[in-house]
Design a protein around this ligand. Structure first.
Ligand SMILES: [Zn+2]
Length: 291
């Protein structure tokens, strides 16, 4: 998880401590050395962690840092499970009224990947946790004025339809710090906050984490399960028949890993089911069996 530098650093520290203590009384060395080593280890670790965290939060979880694109993780493998620390949260808005929930919207035939909360133009919108601002941008047909923050706890949050940005890209923000003002920009009818919570790009229903009516989080630690591990569990419990055959229609931008991730299967399984290999070029509209 940590870089080679860390091992080298600890190595150097170990050498230094041994040399310094060498001339001292043997008895005095025995027990305290162990304690000192542990203290030094944790200091070195803490230093290394803070160096890595200052490059970008959630260093070990995310492959890179970029300010260009909101959705950049389609090809990154998700961990099967990940514990998200929700302590230190702040409510993004003091408003309590949910106007549209997360999930499939029949009217638009698409998923609503966030939660809409009623806000008024000019209402203060706050960072949900400590973190670093990854994107500050405007999308005329989508989010409108929006902000993406990567938090130290691994989550990324998105705040859409703002009337004004109050932060810049690469700013560090504290939990509860104002990041924008509520608005009605982009694809929006009536002022509201569109709020998304994601782990490595995988959307999580914000209501599983945040309870807006009660202005609280639902728990201290939320355990995330990837679609793949959920599918495995459902198969094991017999909730999905093993024989069920399902297809995915290839769309623009699809890759094998993106399709595999979407349906909770491995690339290997996809290849086996479709008699293809990882170098096979996918055609638009092609049907790929994924179960
Ligand atoms: Zn929305």
């Amino acid at each position: 998880m940590f870089s080679k530098n860390l091992k080298v650093l600890i190595g150097i520290l170990v050498t230094t401590v041994s040399t310094n203590l060498y001339g001292q009384d043997l008895l005095a060395r025995q027990a305290p050395l162990d304690r000192k080593m542990r203290a030094i280890d944790s200091v070195a670790l803490q230093q290394q962690i803070s160096i890595e965290q200052s490059e970008y939060p959630a260093f070990s979880l995310y492959p890179s840092w970029n300010n260009e694109r909101t959705h950049v993780y389609a090809d990154v493998a998700l961990p099967d499970t990940f514990r998200i620390d929700l302590r230190g949260f702040s409510m993004p808005t003091t408003n309590q009224k949910i106007t549209s929930r997360f999930g499939y919207r029949r009217r638009f035939r698409r998923q609503h990947k966030g939660l809409d909360i009623k806000v008024y133009i000019g209402d203060t919108i706050c960072a949900a946790f400590n973190g670093k601002v990854r994107i500050v941008d405007y999308e005329r047909r989508g989010y409108g004025k929006y902000v993406v923050i990567r938090h130290d706890n691994g989550l990324e949050t998105i705040y859409g339809h703002l009337s004004k940005h109050l932060v810049k890209e690469n700013d560090y923000v504290k939990s509860g710090e104002p990041i924008g003002l509520g608005g009605n920009t982009g694809k929006s009818t009536g002022s509201h906050l569109h709020f998304e919570t994601r782990l490595l790009g995988q959307e999580i229903n914000p209501e599983l984490l945040f309870d807006f009516p009660n202005q609280d989080v639902t728990c201290d630690f939320y355990t995330f399960y990837s679609p793949r591990s959920k599918r495995k569990a459902a198969l094991a419990k017999g909730e999905i028949p093993k024989s069920e055959v399902r297809y995915h229609k290839v769309r623009s931008g699809d890759t094998l890993s993106k399709i595999a991730r979407k349906h909770g299967v491995t690339i290997k399984q996809l290849c086996r089911l479709n008699n293809i290999n990882t170098r096979t070029v996918l055609r638009l509209g092609q049907l790929l069996r994924y179960s």
